[in-house]
Design a protein around this ligand. Structure first.
Ligand code: PMP
Length: 370
C-alpha cells in the first residue's frame, strides 16, 4: 500500500492526539478534558428551524457561496462590526472548510505564514500540505500576542499573518492595542491577516477586539460550531472587506469543486442562530473558567484564560509535558500534550467544556499528581 499514498500525507502528523485517544479508550467514565466541543446541545429553537427547513424541502444544493439571505445577514453583521461598506461573504462547511479554501487560494510553495505559537493545529498542517513555510513566533510564557516578534519575522516571502483570538489552545484574548499594533505592522508591509474568530462569543472579561476593525486586509473566519454547539452541522463563514473580494471569489471557485456548498437546511437554521442570544451559555462558561482556574492556580503555573474554553498549563517537573499527560491519563484525566499545538513540549491543554462536577473531579486529581 505504501507506494500509492501521496507524499503530502507524510507532512501531517496525527500522532499526538491519537496517542491520547488510544490511552483514553480503555478508561471508564474518565474526566475528559480533551475535547474541544461545548457540553450543551444545539438550542431547541434552532433544531426546530433545521427540521422545518428539511420538511419544507430545502434539501438540495444552495448557491456555492451560500444562501442569499444568510449572506446578506452576515454582510450586515460584519458591516456593523467592522465598519465595512460592501463586504464579500462566503458561507463555508465549518471554519475548517473556510481555512482550507483560504490557504488553498493564498499559499504558494515557499510562501511564509506567520503563526503565533502555540497555535490551532490545523494551520500548520494546511500550510505544510501546500508546501508553504510556517514561521512560528513564540508567545510563551504569557501567551500575549507577540507583536515585536511578528514584526521581526516578516520577510519578502511573508504571505500572511494568522491571528486566533480567543485562542485555541491558550484561551488568550488579544487586547485592542495589540491587534492595532499588528494592523499597523501588516499595513506597512501590505500583508494579509487571517483572523480566526470562531470563539468570539466566548469572551469572559469584556469584548473580543478584532483586527478587522483596524485593518481592511483582514480575512475574518467566524462560525456556529462552538457558539451554538453545532460542531456536526458544519457551518461557518468567511468575510472580507470589498478590496479582498477577489480572494473570496477564488475561495468560492475552489468550494465549487470541493465542498460544493455548506449544508442547505442548516444554513436556514443559521439565520435564526445569528439572532440567538447565547449570553446565558457564556455566563455558564465563565463560571467553569473560574472553577478551573481557582482550582489549579496554587499548584500549577497557568495564565488566566480570558476566552474560548481552554487553559494551557505548564506541566510540573522538567521531563516534558508528555510524561505528565501519560500520568494524568493513567489517573483517569484526559488532557492533551502541548506539543500537539506547539513546537515545544512544556505545557498541556485542558478543555473545560464539561460539567462542573467533572471539572471539580479533574482539578482534584491533577492537583494530587504533584
Ligand atoms: N479554528 C479553531 C481555533 C478551532 O478551535 C476550531 C475547532 N476546534 C476550528 C477553527 C474549526 O471549527 P469548525 O470547523 O467546527 O467550524
Amino acid at each position: 500500500m505504501k507506494d500509492i499514498i501521496a507524499d503530502r500525507t507524510k507532512l501531517i502528523d496525527a500522532s499526538g492526539i491519537r496517542k491520547v485517544f488510544a490511552l483514553g479508550a480503555s478508561l471508564e467514565d474518565p474526566v475528559d478534558f480533551s475535547i474541544g466541543q461545548p457540553d450543551f446541545d444545539v438550542p431547541e429553537a434552532l433544531k426546530e428551524e433545521a427540521i422545518k427547513a428539511i420538511r419544507a424541502g430545502q434539501n438540495s444544493y444552495s448557491q456555492t457561496a451560500g444562501d442569499e439571505t444568510l449572506k446578506e445577514r452576515i454582510a450586515e453583521r460584519v458591516s456593523n462590526e467592522f465598519g465595512w461598506e460592501n463586504p464579500a461573504v462566503l458561507v463555508v462547511s465549518g471554519v475548517s472548510g473556510g481555512l482550507l479554501l483560504a490557504f488553498m487560494s493564498l499559499v504558494n510553495p515557499g510562501d511564509e505564514v506567520i503563526i503565533p505559537d502555540p497555535y490551532f493545529v490545523m494551520y500548520k498542517h494546511l500550510v505544510n500540505m501546500l508546501n508553504g513555510k510556517c514561521v512560528f513566533v513564540d508567545s510563551y510564557p504569557d501567551f500575549e500576542l507577540p507583536v515585536e516578534k511578528i514584526a521581526g519575522a516578516i520577510t519578502s516571502r511573508t504571505k500572511m499573518i494568522i491571528l486566533n483570538s480567543p485562542c485555541n489552545p491558550t484561551g488568550m484574548v488579544y487586547s485592542e492595542d495589540q491587534v492595532k499594533a499588528v494592523a499597523e505592522i501588516a499595513a506597512e508591509k501590505d500583508i494579509l491577516v487571517m483572523t480566526d474568530e470562531i470563539y468570539e462569543k466566548f469572551c469572559y472579561d469584556g469584548e473580543c477586539p478584532s483586527i478587522a476593525k483596524h485593518y481592511e486586509k483582514s480575512l475574518v473566519l467566524q462560525g456556529f460550531s462552538k457558539s451554538h454547539a453545532m460542531t456536526g452541522w458544519r457551518l461557518g463563514y468567511v468575510a472580507a472587506h470589498e478590496s479582498l473580494k477577489d480572494v473570496i471569489e477564488e475561495m468560492t471557485k475552489i468550494q465549487q469543486y470541493t465542498f460544493v456548498c455548506a449544508p442547505t437546511p442548516f444554513q436556514k437554521a443559521a439565520l435564526a442562530a445569528l439572532d440567538y442570544d447565547v449570553s446565558d451559555l457564556v455566563d455558564a462558561y465563565r463560571k467553569k473558567r473560574d472553577l478551573l482556574y481557582d482550582g489549579l492556580k496554587d499548584k500549577f503555573e497557568l495564565v488566566m484564560p480570558g476566552g474560548a474554553f481552554y487553559a494551557f498549563i505548564k506541566a510540573p517537573g522538567t521531563s516534558g509535558a508528555t510524561e505528565f499527560v501519560e500520568k494524568a491519563i493513567k489517573n483517569n484525566v484526559l488532557i492533551i500534550p502541548g506539543n500537539v499545538f506547539s513546537e515545544k513540549d512544556t505545557h498541556f491543554r485542558i478543555s473545560y467544556a464539561t460539567t462542573d462536577d467533572k471539572i471539580r473531579q479533574g482539578v482534584e486529581i491533577l492537583c494530587s499528581l504533584i
